[in-house]
Design a protein around this ligand. Structure first.
Ligand SMILES: C[S@@+](CC[C@H](N)C(=O)[O-])C[C@H]1O[C@@H](n2cnc3c(N)ncnc32)[C@H](O)[C@@H]1O
Length: 268
């Protein structure tokens, strides 16, 4: 039987080319999001020039534009292919000296990098919940705590909120969601179990050429999702206290059931 970890290898490595196309299609949006994240970092005492680490950075959609904004960024991901793409992206933007690529498991971050980062970033429903249990997430955030400076900050951004999933489920019964990404079409089939708070999803990828759709492949994931209350509790067990909560990257208000979770935490 598949364990919760197996899907990570399947989704991001074995069939990682499929999701890699989504990351690529989203690069333009990444530039705008990085600008908003830079404003958030500045507001919370992490000015340009600071050392930051993005965990689960993918192909550098956020990390590379943040380096362009002036940050010194460590870009860590479990996929060697995505990290190589991030470094290539950094070279093409002329910021390679401010981007360090690290291939490895975020649950071992303290064994992979030096300590002292001014901030750690986790963006776009990444890592948290992937191993299916709150204990695994306390472990992850504790390890991140070890590599941040004593007054370091943790930014958990664009994180799926259980309240939002429950509301959507009630309104539209989580029917298939279609995302049109230019020459790529992705059909998601989410299923949510309110008892276990596990969200399962299968993504089917198609290439669009004119009116034709060519099936590229299918990959699924299975993750635990949390309410804000649960996430704050998990973070506090790992040495992080909530400093601010927003509904989006533009610092709009957090509204349960309507927005994603965007939280800034400080080390204690
Ligand atoms: C949803 S993507 C987000 C990518 C990036 N944060 C962004 O916003 O474009 C999740 C990323 O986490 C990475 N990942 C998954 N499990 C990981 C692990 N255990 N350690 C490090 N990276 C991991 C995946 O390879 C993928 O690039």
């Amino acid at each position: 039987m598949e364990t919760v970890d197996d899907w990570i290898t399947e989704f991001f490595i074995r069939k990682g080319r499929l999701f890699g196309e989504v990351l690529e299609a989203d690069r333009g949006r990444g530039v705008e999001e990085a600008r908003q994240i830079a404003a958030l970092l500045e507001k919370h005492g992490v000015p340009r020039g600071s050392r930051i680490i993005e965990l689960g950075c993918g192909s550098g959609r956020i990390s590379v534009p943040l380096a362009r904004e002036g940050y010194r960024v460590a870009c860590l991901d479990i996929s060697p292919e995505y990290v190589e793409e991030a470094l290539e992206y950094a070279r093409s933007m002329g910021v390679e000296e401010r981007v360090e690529g690290i291939v490895g498991d975020a649950w071992r971050v303290d064994e992979l990098v030096e300590e002292g980062y001014n901030a750690a970033l986790i963006v776009w429903t990444t890592l948290i919940g992937y191993r299916g249990s709150p204990e695994a997430d306390v472990e992850l955030l504790s390890r991140i705590r070890r590599v941040t400076a004593p007054n370091g900050k943790l930014f958990i951004l664009k994180q799926t909120d259980r309240d939002l999933v429950v509301t959507r489920n009630a309104q539209c019964r989580m029917e298939a969601v279609t995302s049109d990404l230019g020459s790529l079409l992705v059909i998601e089939r989410p299923r949510f179990d309110p008892v276990t708070s596990m969200l399962e999803n299968t993504w089917t990828y198609y290439r669009k050429t004119g009116d034709e759709l060519k099936l590229l492949g299918k990959a699924g994931f299975r993750m635990r999702i949390y309410t804000v209350t649960e996430l704050v509790e998990i973070a506090s067990k790992a040495g992080w206290r909530l400093e601010a909560l927003y509904g989006d990257l533009t610092q709009g208000p957090y509204i349960p059931g309507k927005t994603s979770i965007n939280m800034v935490l400080k080390a204690f």
